[in-house]
Ligand binder design. Structure first.
Ligand SMILES: O=C(O)CCC(=O)C(=O)O
Length: 240
């Protein structure tokens, strides 16, 4: 797949119109729905992010469709270009679900803040070419039902101050957020990334991002999320 690595380095995110074809997306949706219905036994990994939003961790451990699929393979190829390595390593995957009318936003945050409990230190340098996250839309997504929003360029600056916005500080499922995002970020410059089902975004672990509540009364929002990293960086296990 063609991707603009220079733009990714500059902005910290990219959007892809299609990362998997309709048949592959249909298989992912079927499997996703089985998780939602509780038909796949993954009890301790079926949790509420910040006590508000359904988050199913590591579905690839419980269902073969999530262990091997076209989105994952295309993302691996994109990761080679973006991380500048031949052997990007799959790190973990998850499902974040917003049903119609879901009231909770996923607040502005930078993923690297989750690298330490309860959150990584503000001011640390965000590693370059180290770890990236793919967000695959299994439904058509837009501003109404909870698409991703990004702020460009901030991944090239030190990590912003985060706090535990929802949930317990000792809980892995806590929701972290940037302190006073309206001051720390230029929210006017936020870029919404609406996608058709089968489209995806990818972002650097330092790129601030957000999803709004699902304000649609009829359309669900099924997001399939996974991460790739430079294996040499993973071995260093940096201290945050
Ligand atoms: O899907 C969402 O609502 C948010 C996803 C997200 O922010 C993340 O996985 O870091």
């Amino acid at each position: 797949m063609i991707c603009d690595a220079a733009k990714f380095r500059e902005d910290g995110f990219l959007a892809f119109e299609r990362i998997a074809d309709p048949d592959a997306i249909a298989d992912l949706r079927d499997a996703y729905d089985r998780f939602l219905l509780g038909e796949v036994d993954c009890s301790k990994n079926d949790r509420q992010l910040g006590r508000v939003t359904r988050q199913i961790m590591v579905p690839s451990r419980y269902h073969p469709v999530f262990a091997c699929n076209q989105a994952l393979e295309n993302a691996r190829e994109i990761s080679r270009a973006l991380l500048e390595v031949d052997d990007p390593e799959f790190v973990f995957d998850m499902l974040i679900y917003k049903p119609p009318g879901h009231p909770a936003a996923t607040l502005w945050h930078q993923d690297i803040s989750y690298a330490r409990m309860p959150f990584a230190r503000a001011g640390i340098r965000i590693p370059e070419n180290a770890i990236i996250q793919f967000w695959v839309a299994l439904d058509d997504v837009d501003e109404e039902n909870g698409c991703m929003y990004f702020i460009a360029g901030k991944h090239r600056e030190p990590l912003l101050q985060h706090y535990v916005a929802r949930g317990e500080p000792t809980d892995e499922a806590r929701m972290l957020a940037i302190v006073e995002p309206e001051k720390a970020l230029d929210l006017e410059s936020a870029v919404a990334c609406p996608l058709k089902a089968g489209g995806a975004t990818v972002h650097n672990y330092g790129t601030p991002h957000f999803t709004p509540p699902n304000r649609s009364s009829t359309r669900q929002r099924r997001a399939y999320i996974f991460n790739f990293a430079n294996p040499r960086w993973l071995k260093i296990k940096p201290e945050f």
